[in-house]
Design a protein around this ligand. Structure first.
Ligand code: FAD
Length: 234
């Protein structure tokens, strides 16, 4: 299997980076092809801009999605984007590993999605969800938090973390057609004892070994919507 691991933590000795290394180690040991995008160490540029297009259709007014389509068809999109697009296209399983920043992904990862999930190839028109461009790929998200599990659960002060991450889980990954595994959460990480963190690493190893058995999140099924995305009365 071809696995892509996208990691976004600025500190290589962090616990999040330990989860990343464990995933790389596990999949390599199992004989899989592992591609890595360690975004901070790559100094990945997360800023979507006109500089991404060397042969723009309109150099006076930037329509980012239209230019993405054009540059992809011409083969002229910025090389750092092209490289990441190729990694995603060849991957069968993709892991996203990051610390929760402001109820969301670190900006470097948000920018990676903005620039790499190119219009046309990943999605476009009615090619979303069950007809998305990345159909057939599976994806697992792993997140470390400062907050406790009860704070990030239904009825807790912030609400349940899977709901909080809807812009990522559904709005990006599900949207382009990927099957999204139930995420893996490591809560309250900086405040735990070392033994507890070690147990989380063990749990993480077990999740990766038995990933096929992990539930897949529900996503909208286009069968239930008409061609203008109005719900079909059942
Ligand atoms: P670290 O602090 O790097 O690690 C914790 C401890 O684990 C360290 O002592 C480290 O030495 C140790 N460690 C490293 N490797 C291992 C290992 N192999 N085994 C055992 N121990 C190890 N939190 C929220 O809950 N909600 C938010 O909205 C939120 N927003 C944030 C926004 C910003 C900008 C920032 C900076 C933080 C935010 N946080 C938030 C907190 C953040 O999510 C947590 O601090 C982070 O997820 C903790 O993970 P870490 O990997 O950075 O931990």
């Amino acid at each position: 299997m071809n696995v892509l691991i996208v990691h976004a933590h600025p500190e290589p000795k962090s616990f999040s980076s330990a989860l990343f290394r464990e995933a790389v180690h596990q999949y390599r040991r199992q004989g899989h092809t592992v591609q890595v995008s360690d975004l901070y160490s790559m100094n990945f540029n997360p800023v979507a801009s006109a500089a991404d297009f060397s042969t723009p259709i309109n150099s006076d007014y930037l329509n980012y999605a239209l230019e993405q389509r054009h540059a992809m068809s011409e083969g002229t999109i910025a090389p750092d984007i092209a490289q990441e697009v190729d990694k995603v296209i060849t991957a069968e399983l993709i892991l996203f590993n990051f610390p929760l920043y402001w109820f969301s992904v670190p900006a470097i990862l948000k920018g990676w999605i903005d620039r790499v999930f190119v219009s046309g190839k990943f999605y476009g028109g009615k090619r979303i969800y069950t007809q998305g461009g990345m159909l057939g790929k599976k994806v697992l998200v792993s997140v470390t938090t400062g907050g406790r599990s009860d704070m990030l659960d239904e009825g807790g002060i912030h609400g349940d973390l899977t709901g909080i991450l809807k812009p990522l889980l559904q709005g990006s990954l599900g949207y382009v057609g990927m099957e999204v595994y139930e995420p893996f959460y490591a809560f309250h990480v900086p405040y735990l004892k070392d033994e507890k963190r070690q147990r989380i690493l063990d749990d993480w190893g077990n999740v990766l070994t038995n990933l096929e058995q992990r539930p897949i999140l529900d996503m909208p099924d286009l069968e239930h919507f008409d061609d203008r995305f109005y719900p079909i009365q059942q």
